[in-house]
Design a protein around this ligand. Sequence first.
Ligand code: PEP
Ligand code: MG
Length: 539
Amino acid sequence: MTKFKGESVYSGIAIGKLCLYSKNEKKIERNHVTDVENEKKRFEDAKTEAINQLKVLYDKALANVGETNALIFEVHQMMLEDLDYIESVLNIINTQGVNAEYAVGTTGDNFSAMFEAMDDAYMQGRAADIRDITERLLNILNGSNTDGLKLEEPVIICAEDLAPSETVQLEKDKLLGFVTRQGSANSHTAILARTMDIPAVIQANIEMLPEYNGKLVALDGFTGNIYLDPDEETLSEMKAKQQKCIEEKELLQTLKGKENVTQSGQVVQLYANIGNTKDVAAVLKNDAGGIGLFRSEFLYLESSDYPTENEQFLKYKAVAENMAGKKVIIRTLDIGADKQVDYFEMEKEENPALGYRAIRICLDRPEIFKTQLRALYRASVYGQIAIMFPMIISVSEVLQVKEIIKEVKEELKAQEIPFKDVELGIMIETPAAAIMSDELAKEVDFFSIGTNDLTQYTLAIDRQNPKLGKINDSHHPAVLRLIEMVVKNAHANGIWAGICGELGADTSLTEWFLKIGVDELSVSPSMVLKVRKQVRETK
Ligand code: PEP
Ligand code: MG
């Protein structure tokens, strides 16, 4: 038996034959051409063919893995129509008088390197999409098959990396799990694994040795362990773990449609956190009662310029409509700290987590804030939207926010644009907000406790620093005392309080959250049923 280790991006156990998957890495030749116009036409034709292929893939993904995941192929179509990408290819053909393959390959390398160099993990993940569309074009240009890997029997795929288009083409019922030597937790491939409900491990230290092909592997998606040729003891341990996992999942399914109620009759709202409109499908699939945190900054992170009012309006409207009257709490822009956006042109800071971020930027640059607020209010008539504000430290900030909202509403009214009054809440994620929660509660409709930042700022531990992971303890009594105090102050002033940080999904604390009277827990969609189970088992 040989044991390898990687980072889990989706839990579960897979036991089966390993199937090594290597792409046909073809060397791209640089050839001088005499007919530049012909090369440009070859590129244009390849682009048209690629877009046609992606349309077919979209339909296939739609049927297999749903609209949320199919959208990536629409994104790829848009990337192929991106003017910068096209201009770069045509420019290389024109100025260097070279073949289309070389121009496409070079453009793909340049663009993916540019994305990889970005600070933001999401944008880094887009480098894989650039490589994916580039490879598709190259395959078309040199007449290769782009059908991907055909699986004869159920296997665990092991690859250097997997592009989203390769992942979705794998037959779902023959895919037991996958292991990649590279990859990032934010990549669409990892997202697909979660949606396909397939154990997946990335950044694994396994080598791609041909002799491994076809060998038995036990993949532990909980620990990231990969056992090649497992010994009998490991195999039976893994089988038992797999069985337990299957039983737990089946049991969780029976909780769909059930109330989040304890045995003594206490009810708690169970909502889900999303970062993107596409995540709504997972929210509905897991039967969440609403969206407790829509991290709207991802709309800005995905964009290469400030998203316009209308672009934002359409996204908020879509989420509100898809949730069909269930509550959708949208957090205003929380940019800064670990979430940097180039076009905001922010200065480099010594301590970005303690710096220019979130509501501080919005109050300092009200034109950005107002654009978002107008979009939110316009979308309010399409469902049950609530708005909340991040990183609040004082009552005066809330009063400033309310003043800006008043202006926005007056402007909309004057323009005869319909809107509804919505619940306004704040995130409690700074010790200052927790300590001042008695006064803050008089100004807002609800609190949502952001335990990720509340822990960071209470314990003075950078949440991004992997060296401090062990002591970054959200169970620290100081954090728990602040949570209890916030809930008490909320109730004393007649408003509700929820938790939207990761701690909300920590089932070892569910009983305590209920005891102190937390009204709502907002967790990642895949955790909803697990937390519901814990609530229902609580006395
Ligand atoms: C939090 O800080 O707990 C939170 C939910 O916000 P984010 O993780 O996006 O900072
Ligand atoms: Mg936060």
